[in-house]
Design a protein around this ligand. Sequence first.
Ligand code: DLL
Length: 441
Amino acid sequence: MSTTTATASRVRPPAASELDAEERMSRDEIAALQLERLQQTVRHAYANVPLYTRKLDDAGVRPEDIRTLEDVQLLPFTTKEDLRETYPFGMFAVPMSDVARIHASSGTTGRPTVVGYTRGDLERWGSLVARSLRASGIRPGMKVHNAYGYGLFTGGLGAHAGIEALGATVIPMSGGQTARQVQLILDFEPDAILCTPSYLLTIADAMAAQGVDPRSTSLKVAVLGAEPWSNEMRHELEQRLGIDALDIYGLSEVMGPGVGNECLETKDGPHLWEDHFLPEVIDGESGAVLPDGELGELVFTSLTKEAFPVIRYRTRDLTRLLPGTARPGMRRMEKITGRNDDMIILRGVNLFPTQIEELVLGIEQLTPHFILELSKDARMDTLKVRIERHPDLSVETCLSAAEVLAQRIKIFVGSTVAVQLEEPGTLPRSEGKYKRVYDLR
Ligand code: DLL
């Protein structure tokens, strides 16, 4: 997989003197800090959240039983269903008078999950997003165009606070109004943009449609997350916009954006900010903890949260834990391939939308604008890739590229799919988290 940049970076990684003290800690120092904070978190959650009191009692574990970091494995998991059960505020570990802000994740089904923050939580969140942006090459004094949606979603306000905490200038644009986004990028000349990767693609297209060369703007770096995206998509965005594209990870239940972030010098998957979160990877079926390097479901225990501590929260995100590189004291995770929930099971073969994305972007004659449609045909599940043809190429060229795509999906994923060409500009465009899969069964 290619991670090369088309242009030399126009930003630089932070010097060692610019890092937080924790980013310079050794693995042993981080582990010692984690143990102390884990013990404190378990005591706090057990004493103040009835669901945790009950779950720990049921499992026969007391906070004093946590003597080593491995003892986290004695604790029960927390799931999205637990959070739904306690809707809206049942998981809060502090009185409402100490809750400074509430966010909620919409969720595709059922009730939203509601999360809360004390003033201290908000300050730590801001500093972790600031750390993430600094790792991406953003510095105090730069202008940052924030196109994550503002509101109950943690993306907009979470990124906003981080930009301010870093000492950069925030342009609080929020999502949507794409033509206006382009205009303000041209007028305000930001150095950096924050949004979802699929929305940056929409913005780049809108630039081109307005006769603006996407490589000619002031943008030098993009910090992209909130949805899975492949290294091929990184390459595509870096080339089209002449920028560095970095991966920011997070989820509302654990904090919001800034649980981890890639470092500009390595671009090898997000480093997890382990001074505040204890990650594990488990086998999704058995719940067994997997050794570092193995693919499974990511689980987090928060280490410093006051209003909304989480114990072994099952994210449903699939990845593996890897040793730290640019920050050797903290582990990395591999770029997320997908979520348990996004996995398409097609006639016994598991596949993720990012796998199709990788293959699409590997064929020059294809555009990155595609959706996946699942339907039932004569009692068989079928998958159709609907993809826009390239506006500058002949229909024959695009048709043969579509055939190549179908062959590669067969070879690399093992599924037989139909590829259908669509006219340019006819498929839905992203304005935030992109809906790629349509299940018509
Ligand atoms: O998406 C928080 C966020 C905002 C992260 C802005 C990064 C930037 P939720 O809406 O709760 O929170 O959705 C969390 O989004 O469990 C992943 O499945 C997915 N996700 C988030 N970041 C990434 C990423 C925000 N960098 C869910 N790569 C998570 C892949 C991501 N998936």
